[in-house]
Design a protein around this ligand. Sequence first.
Ligand code: ATP
Ligand code: MG
Ligand code: FE
Length: 347
Amino acid sequence: KIILGIESSCDETGVGIVRLGADGSLELLADEVSSSLEQHVRFGGVVPEVASRAHLEAMAPAMGRALETAGIGLPDVHSIAVTAGPGLAGALLVGVSAAKAYAAALDKPLYGVNHLAGHVAVDTLQHGPLPERCLALLVSGGHTQLLLVEGIASSITELGSTIDDAAGEAYDKVARVLDLPYPGGPPIDRLSAQGDPAAIAFPRGLTGQRDAKFDFSFSGLKTAVARWVEQRERAGEPVPVADVAASFQEAVVDVLTAKAVRAAREYEVDTLVISGGVAANSRLSALAAERCADAGITLRVPRPRLCTDNGAMIAALGAHLVAAGAKPSPLDLSANPALPVGTIQIA
Ligand code: ATP
Ligand code: MG
Ligand code: FE
């Protein structure tokens, strides 16, 4: 069975194609992504109207390239999955409308799915089926969440999330303070390799005894970095950019990995999946590997290409729903920009 996945929640237009075997195995046949990132760089963040227009222009060509790469035609498609939320309203609408048009024209089942569940599901394309229960740490430009996954097609529970900035957002804002380009993750990651992560003791948000156990907070950290840099500049002293970057990064990944391991212990799961754009961070995966090994937890991190937004993750989630015998979504499906993470599929 061939499952088509369409993604348009933010600035990536993605069309992925996955083959679902009779034994439940998944094979990735195509993963076409077109990003409007360059159009947002000068604004220092994604501009919704610009993103929607870019999706409109990129959708049909991405579909064409994906079908060609997979070596299939539209009639070969068994079902169509699309990101129904969460995300930017106008951007989501382009993908949902396209998916509905394809589903109606081809008379194929349509699955409106959750983008966040897709970020977890994508790991099965690289590392095979997930265990019955696992923990997922989702870290991206818009999200920072700890999820208890008890069946990728049936049960996802949020254990905690950020109460202010997302982890990727913190990277982007700190990069701006340090005069580094947007998006800030990659340059901070690179610079940190030359800096001392223990140079400056930046605050670890929400790690006190009485703090919400599995929630995160990064806006205090961002402010602390800005203040520190400001003081240096006011004193006329040079800013040790690599040390600041490394110390900031250490504060972020320390909290992320500590809470993930603590949650794994408390919920007695032995597998942790880390996904989302920030999962590409070299220090995050290194520290997570170290701490998971110490705690006897199996760590799964999909390759960077699968961690950022793409259509393959949506096709993968769609395939899991088809395999589980889930009922398709109604054809009058609409996008839900605030879709809660527990809603894996819009029924
Ligand atoms: P979402 O998936 O939440 O809707 P998004 O599209 O912004 O939002 P992604 O594309 O998955 O999320 O990730 C982008 C974020 O990842 C940016 O904030 C970027 O700075 C960050 N990022 C990318 N590479 C790295 C890295 N090596 N280290 C840290 N952060 C990184
Ligand atoms: Mg993105
Ligand atoms: Fe995403």
